[in-house]
Ligand binder design. Structure first.
Ligand code: ARG
Length: 581
């Protein structure tokens, strides 16, 4: 159900009608195979694929389709047969101009609504309180947030779920360490993002000090029993940690709030029942003392069925138990139609097994889609796992501060006052980091490289921000409010035509990026749009004195639509655009 301004869809619909009229109703749902072409706007390859079925020469079939299309007064294009039977399709300028004007008049710029709207649960960010929030979580946060924004914009009910790691045996030693160093000191450090060092200290004591080890184990027991004093300490620990997460989210401009936190601890009270119900349903069996589900189709290297362990032989629950409880909660309580798990690619097997186990026991019905949006590993410029020079993991706030500092240095010579420079540097720094994450497909490994992400040319955040700010400056210079640029669009120059045609694809690309959970498609589209605008602006003066009144109005309308598409698109990606650059 993509928007009807999308040329490819409009053409597909008309060609299918022609197929039905020419060869009978059974042909009216054949895929016309319409693709962008270098010889015309589009090329349809359907004649070749139908010729066998029709037992006629491809060129003859193509000619018959072309004749039907030419006779169709609603067909917004001219069509020519070429080569062995291609249909070359060139849209009418008036049609493109009319659709562009419609898109400009539409506050949504041609982006439709998912019908019917879906309830989409998006599990993203999900840092662990027992370790530092690291660059891997940066990427799950940024990609997840872009998906949330896009799906919401399409009218879906989006439920964000931040599945933080806030429960389990490490919390025994983490709480004991908090008592050892004093509540205030510990909380200050956690809030500053020092959980990694904190964890290491606790771990070292645990490994070397038998008394500490014993205390920690006792603490795990009182935590499991939800003893009030232990819970008070756990809450102190978590609140300070979450304040640090919130600092990172605020810097990034991520839409997650504390309301979206649904961490592992939330599922703790459901775990016993999760296991009991799985066992009662015959889906889980005891194997070597542990309770396991053996979802069909999973075997280990020894060809033995692979277990999904939901209760260890010592009675403890694990990561998989929580995820089984979470699937059930998301389907039954949150009423999800679609669940996206924006999590590292290294957890692919875990999620395939969780989904298979949940389907097997009926907790994940066929009507609900569960998708692991795999996030590729972050690498350093040396091609290895991303770390600082000293080999430590990188603290996120430091990394983000560095992005802002570098952005500030890059714009230092532009003559802005201190405050404006600070604002621009923040937007450019965060925009660079975010766009870099979003512009490559989410499952590829990804090299974190400040120089590349902060470049002002190419498919980067700063370039996209600059391209947008530049259009704003056209309106500023002309003393014109873009909202009033609603003139009739005429397409006299090929660069105007190419830009207008490009702008018509916005709605379809947003829907496609959301449907496939692939924000990089939107990035690629916005980059092409900015490039089409550059060519237009080089060839088509807008504000120059000798430009005819009507031509100027038409060009301003194209500028206004381009601006809105870029602004909306970048907002859907969560990339901020500074007012000027
Ligand atoms: N906290 C986990 C990690 O850092 C990610 C959790 C993802 N969500 C889930 N439902 N398992 O690896």
């Amino acid at each position: 159900p993509w928007t009807m301004t999308d040329p490819q869809l409009v053409l597909t619909e008309r060609v299918q009608r022609a197929l039905g009229a020419a060869f009978g109703a059974e042909y009216s749902d054949a895929d016309p195979l319409i693709r962008p072409s270098q010889f015309a706007d589009y090329q349809a390859n359907v004649a070749m694929s139908l010729s066998k079925r029709l037992r006629r020469a491809p060129r003859e079939v193509a000619q018959e389709i072309a004749d039907r299309l030419s006779a169709d007064s609603a067909f917004p294009a001219t069509v020519e047969v070429s080569g062995p039977g291609f249909l070359n399709i060139t849209l009418d300028d008036s049609w493109i101009a009319g659709r562009a004007a419609e898109s400009l008049a539409d506050p949504r710029s041609g982006v439709g609504h998912t019908t019917p709207p879906q309830t989409v649960v998006i599990d993203y960010s999900a840092p662990n309180a027992s370790k530092e929030m690291h660059v891997g979580h940066l990427r799950t946060t940024i990609v997840g947030d872009a998906l949330a924004r896009m799906l919401e914009h399409l009218g879906n009910r989006v439920i964000r779920q931040n599945h933080i790691g806030d429960w389990g045996t490490p919390f025994g030693m983490l709480i004991e360490h908090l008592l050892d160093i004093g509540e205030q000191a510990a909380l200050a450090r956690l809030e500053a993002g020092e959980s990694s060092e904190y964890y290491k200290e606790a771990r070292a004591k645990f490994d070397s000090d038998p008394e500490f080890k014993q205390r920690s184990r006792r603490r795990v027991a009182t935590l499991q029993a939800e003893d009030p004093e232990t819970m008070r300490l756990w809450h102190l620990f978590m609140d300070a940690t979450i304040r640090y997460f919130d600092k990172v989210y605020a810097m990034l401009g991520v839409t997650l709030t504390d309301e979206d936190i649904a961490g592992e601890s939330m599922y703790n009270p459901m775990l016993a029942r999760t296991c009991d119900d799985l066992e009662a349903a015959g889906a889980a069996v005891v194997s070597e003392g542990a309770l396991c589900v053996f979802p069909p189709g999973f075997t280990g290297s020894d060809d033995k069925p692979l277990p999904l362990m939901i209760r260890k032989s010592d009675g403890g629950y694990g990561y998989a138990t929580t995820d089984m409880a979470a699937v059930r909660y998301r389907v039954n309580d949150l009423k999800a139609d679609r669940i996206l798990y924006v999590v590292g690619a290294d957890q692919a097997l875990h999620f395939r097994m969780i989904f298979a186990a949940a389907r097997m026991v009926g907790w994940l019905p066929d009507t609900v889609s569960a998708e692991h949006v795999q996030i590729g590993m972050m690498l350093g410029t040396d091609g290895r796992r991303f770390r600082t020079r000293s080999g430590e993991t990188v603290k996120l706030t430091d990394l983000l501060d560095e992005a802002v500092d570098r952005a500030r240095a890059a714009i230092a010579d532009r003559g802005y006052d201190e405050a404006t420079q600070g604002e621009i540097a923040h937007a450019v720094g965060m925009g660079a980091v975010k766009y870099a994450d979003l512009s490559v497909s989410h499952d590829t490994e990804y090299v974190f490289d400040f120089d590349r992400m902060l470049a002002f040319s190419g498919n980067t955040g700063p370039y996209m921000q600059y391209a947008t700010a530049r259009i704003r400056s056209i309106f500023r210079k002309g003393g014109i409010d873009p909202a009033t640029a609603t003139g009739t669009i005429t397409l006299g120059n090929p660069a105007e035509r190419a830009l207008a045609l490009q702008l018509l694809g916005f709605g379809a690309v947003v829907e496609q990026a959301a449907a496939l959970a692939e924000p990089h498609r939107l990035c690629a589209y916005l980059f092409e749009t900015a490039s089409a605008f550059t060519t237009f602006y080089e060839n088509c003066p807008v504000l120059k004195a000798d430009v005819d009144e009507a031509v100027r109005a038409s060009r301003l309308a194209l500028c206004a639509l381009t601006l809105r598409v870029l602004e909306t698109g970048l907002d859907l990606l969560g990339v901020p655009v500074p007012e000027r650059m």
